[in-house]
Design a protein around this ligand. Structure first.
Ligand code: PEP
Ligand code: MG
Length: 292
């Protein structure tokens, strides 16, 4: 039978012509990592904290959040772990919060800073246990990054006063709103970027990702998405860039993403093998390897 075991290469893959590409994993439920050896990954490229916090049933429980983030950092054993702050609103409800607001992602966090502050403290405390990166969801304007940075700074001060060990990790952002993608060079407050093609696509084609017919629209939108990503990679000005939307886990999209200049893919654990195979059979410009 065909072996599905992945090489213990730390998610470092080389294209046919020798360009290095990183392969990380996306995590929804924190227990998902227990079935994946960290050695087959370059770390966690996206942890969707909203699912873990939703199942806690209490967004104000700092200790339980801290324990979840610490568990992921210990699993990763020094590899980067990118935890996205709560992305609720829209199609992701959070009881007690989304009933009374139509905002989503970072706008909701900034409108309800008490929730963001609890999460910021849990993250800053967990950061002591590994290589954490904080990622902000649904960012549209540069001031949103600056405002969340300020909240993290204030909570670091609070932890310092309490004598609680903590560290302030790099803070980056999802690029999943077209207005942000087009203006990436204006986001001086972001330490890194990750493309969220699920939301990026739905907002580019004026559709909804849970709408019947969206899969066809998504396919037809690929050239527009790739053109936007190509432009945005250039605007990132050398800051780290990755992709964590579902497009990253689709081998049909791999040539176009390589051609757009993307060198770090974060995919669901079940997609690691398929994307690894796609990458090794391609050149860095997305063309097929000779004799492949
Ligand atoms: C995305 O929008 O592509 C993304 C990765 O975020 P989510 O799917 O959680 O909205
Ligand atoms: Mg998204």
């Amino acid at each position: 039978s065909k072996s599905t075991a992945l090489p213990l290469d730390n998610g470092i893959v080389y294209t046919s012509d020798g360009t290095q590409v990183l392969l990380s994993v996306n995590v929804n439920a924190p227990t998902e990592v227990d079935a994946v050896p960290a050695e087959v990954t370059a770390g966690i490229g996206l942890m969707r904290s909203e699912f873990a916090v939703m199942s806690l049933g209490d967004a104000a429980n700092e200790e339980k959040q801290f324990a979840i983030y610490r568990h992921l950092l210990e699993w990763a054993d020094g590899r980067p772990v990118t935890i996205r702050m709560l992305d609720v609103g829209g199609d992701k409800p959070l009881p007690g919060i989304t009933e009374t607001s139509s905002l989503r992602g970072i706008r909701l966090l900034l409108a309800r800073p008490q929730i963001a502050r609890v999460q910021a403290r849990a993250l800053l405390r967990a950061a002591v246990f590994g290589n954490l990166r904080i990622m902000l969801p649904m960012v549209t304007f540069p001031s949103e990054v600056d405002d969340m940075r300020q909240i993290c700074r204030e909570e670091a001060g609070e932890l310092r006063r309490r004598g609680v060990p903590h560290r302030t990790p790099p803070i980056g952002m999802m690029v999943e709103v077209p207005a942000a993608a087009l203006m990436l060079d204006e986001f001086n407050g972001a330490d890194f970027f990750s493309f969220g093609t699920n939301d990026l696509t739905q907002y580019l084609v004026a559709s909804a990702r849970d709408e019947a017919g969206f899969s066809l629209e998504r396919e037809r939108a690929v050239p527009a998405v790739l053109r936007l990503l190509t432009q945005a990679v250039k605007l990132a000005g050398g800051r780290p860039v990755s992709i964590c939307g579902d497009m990253a886990g689709d081998p049909v999209a791999t040539p176009g993403l390589l051609a757009a200049g993307i060198r770090h893919f974060s995919v669901a654990p079940a997609r690691l093998g398929a994307i690894r195979s796609a990458l090794v059979g391609l050149n860095a410009d997305g063309t097929k390897a000779a004799g492949d």
